[in-house]
Write a protein that binds this ligand. Structure first.
Ligand code: SF4
Ligand code: SF4
Length: 232
């Protein structure tokens, strides 16, 4: 899921002041932002209070199913047509994808109410960890299911680095070095001897912007999910 955190209210306020927005509609997200406790109903209602304390009118609010779903978002916009029409701006408590979906769906200035920070594993309720940066060229088959790109703070494919000390990471000193974990797990699985160093990653496989059309797959065209972007 996409992990978000609240955006600095001073920036939101500045965005609204810049266009002289007195009336605001608030859109949340019923999926990731609800799970992150940043854009569900409680947070939308908190934002409503905050805006009202600034002297603005909240014309309405909604928490649809998934803010980044174009069809679902358009449906939500239709349900709240009048409330959105009477607003000067829309504040979206969702990830950047959700903000852009809303910006495509309405003819109003749309502003982000959250910061999108990472693709997160749910470790337990309310606790998330970044395990994958969606590089488009996965090495987990060679690293015993532990991603060095994401979980090594330096993103080293072949480690440990010179700063590793007694098996601990030099950056996140309370954690074991990722490469120590990888080597141990490979050894436990009897794969240590066959584990050759990984070649430099081909970041051209990273799609920017990512696109996938499953209809192309049905027709046997795989080009849609092989990247052509660059990492510059
Ligand atoms: S190697 Fe790439 S795709 Fe695989 S887990 Fe790491 S970041 Fe994600
Ligand atoms: S000690 Fe290990 S995990 Fe930490 S930065 Fe160096 S190689 Fe990466």
């Amino acid at each position: 899921m996409i992990i978000t955190r609240p955006r600095d209210w001073a920036r939101i306020r500045a965005n609204l002041d810049e266009i002289g927005a007195k009336k605001v509609f608030i859109m949340g997200c019923g999926e990731c932002a609800t799970m992150s406790h940043t854009g569900g109903q409680p947070e939308v209602l908190q934002a409503k209070v905050a805006l009202e304390q600034q002297g603005r009118e909240v014309t309405g609010w909604s928490v649809g199913d998934v803010a980044c779903h174009s069809g679902g978002q358009r449906l939500e916009v239709r349900k709240h047509h009048g409330e959105i029409e009477s607003a000067d701006a829309v504040l979206v408590l969702a990830c950047g994808a959700g903000v852009q979906t809303m910006a495509d769906a309405v003819d109003k200035p749309v502003f982000p109410g959250l910061e999108s920070v990472f693709l997160g594993n749910v470790v337990r309720h309310g606790q998330f960890e970044e395990r994958c940066q969606m590089c488009g060229d996965c090495v987990l088959d060679r690293t015993a299911g532990i991603c060095p790109v994401t979980t090594c703070p330096k993103g080293l494919l072949n480690g440990p680095c010179g700063g590793m000390w007694m098996g601990k990471c030099e950056v996140l000193t309370d954690r074991e070095c990722v490469h120590v974990r990888i080597r141990r797990r490979l050894a436990e699985q009897g794969r240590a001897k066959t584990a050759a160093p990984l070649p430099p990653k081909d970041y051209s496989k990273k799609l920017k912007p990512g696109q996938l059309d499953l209809r192309d797959r049905a027709l046997g065209h795989e080009k849609a999910d092989t990247g052509t972007g660059s990492d510059s």
